[in-house]
Design a binder for this molecule. Structure first.
Ligand code: PEP
Ligand code: MN
Length: 358
């Protein structure tokens, strides 16, 4: 791990980082009551509060703006909690820093816009303030990576990424689909940048916080950001997803903090043995794919000789029905096999096109 604000915190703690606080700072009393409850938990590293709120439609509560910044100063002075807020413009950066906010984050609606991110990077350059970057609203890992790169180029090295899920058109039980493959892809590209999960905005519902947070910990995330409010039902923003500090404490206690590895020799030798068997199975899968693609090529030659078209819809429809059925009988996830056959179909068409145009 490289040496940054976040990696130092993590190393000192030896546990996932925990960020809690209200979606929005609404009043001084609400902000301080949340901070008091959160501080009492004893394991919260950063206090969050939205001050400038990006809302989809005008007329919703848009945050208290700079009025709320002195409240955050009190949170830090009275409860010893470092604070963080969302910034979307250079003016937000300037005001937040004037009031001693410790960490800033860039919200999902800002990460989508490279112009806005560049302006923020320019405003942040030389300030030394750590920055967290939420994933963009749309499922585009390059945009998320690009925002981190713009900040890094401006000399900002104290970076973390926050996974808050992605907008989708398809109906879903989530407010924002987690699409776990994308944050994992980001983690692969930037192994030194800590990755934090925001189950509040992914789930959009209190009952989803625990399973989402657990999954994130099991996927080796470095921290959690959870919205906390003293009276969630009456919150001015994101009421359905906020929990009281007390409930947050229970939730954190219900989570299983599993370890990355163990020196238990029995576990290690058994895990090794299973991985070796998987290597063998993978070789068999690849050999079967090679055999299948060889048959595709042979068929393509045959089609070419007989002047027959590539796409035979009936045949593919039959494959898309039968293979998931075979999978179900073999105890394999049907949806997974259906997805796999879409990829196989694409490759088969590519291969046949190559042969026919040779
Ligand atoms: C928030 O954290 O309150 C927020 C507005 O989040 P996002 O940018 O993920 O929508
Ligand atoms: Mn929110």
């Amino acid at each position: 791990m490289s040496d940054t604000y976040f990696t130092r915190l993590l190393a000192r703690k030896g546990q996932p980082l925990l960020i809690a606080g209200p979606c929005s700072a609404e009043t001084e009393a609400q902000t301080l009551a949340t901070a008091q409850g959160v501080a009492a938990l004893g394991n919260i590293d950063l206090f969050r509060a939205g001050v400038w709120k990006p809302r989809t439609r005008p007329g919703s509560f848009e945050g208290m703006g700079a009025t709320a910044l002195p409240w955050l100063q009190r949170v830090k002075a009275e409860f010893g909690l470092p604070t963080c807020v969302e910034v979307a413009t250079p003016r937000h950066v300037e005001e937040a820093l004037k009031f001693g906010v410790d960490v800033l984050w860039i919200g999902a609606r800002t990460t989508v816009n490279p112009f806005a991110v560049q302006e923020l990077a320019d405003a942040l350059a030389g300030t030394g303030v750590p920055v967290m970057v939420k994933n963009p609203v749309n499922p585009d890992v390059a945009l998320w990576a690009g925002a981190l790169e713009r900040l890094a180029r401006a000399g900002i090295n104290d970076l973390a990424a926050i996974h808050r899920g992605f907008s989708t058109f398809a109906p879903s039980k989530y407010r924002n689909a987690p699409t776990w493959m994308l944050p994992i892809e980001l983690k692969t590209r930037f192994p030194h940048i800590p990755l934090i999960c925001d189950p509040s905005h992914i789930g959009g519902r209190r009952d989803l916080l625990l399973p989402i947070a657990q999954k994130a910990l099991d996927l080796d995330y470095d921290g959690l950001m959870i919205e906390t409010h003293p009276d969630p039902d009456h919150a001015l923003s994101d009421a359905e997803q906020q929990v009281t500090p007390q409930r947050l404490g229970e939730l954190l206690a219900e989570l299983k903090y599993r370890r990355r590895s163990t020196d238990n020799a029995d576990y290690n030798s058994k895990a090794d043995e299973l991985r070796q068997k998987m290597d063998v199975a993978d070789r068999e899968i690849i050999e079967a794919l090679a055999r299948r693609m060889g048959l595709v090529e042979e068929l393509a030659e045959y089609k070419k000789a007989n002047d027959v078209k590539i796409l035979q819809l009936d045949r593919w429809q039959e494959i898309f029905t039968s293979r998931p059925e075979w999978a179900a009988r073999a105890g394999v996830n049907q949806k997974f096999v259906a997805e796999l056959y879409k990829l196989i179909h694409i490759e088969s068409i590519r291969k046949q096109t190559e042969v026919l145009n040779k």
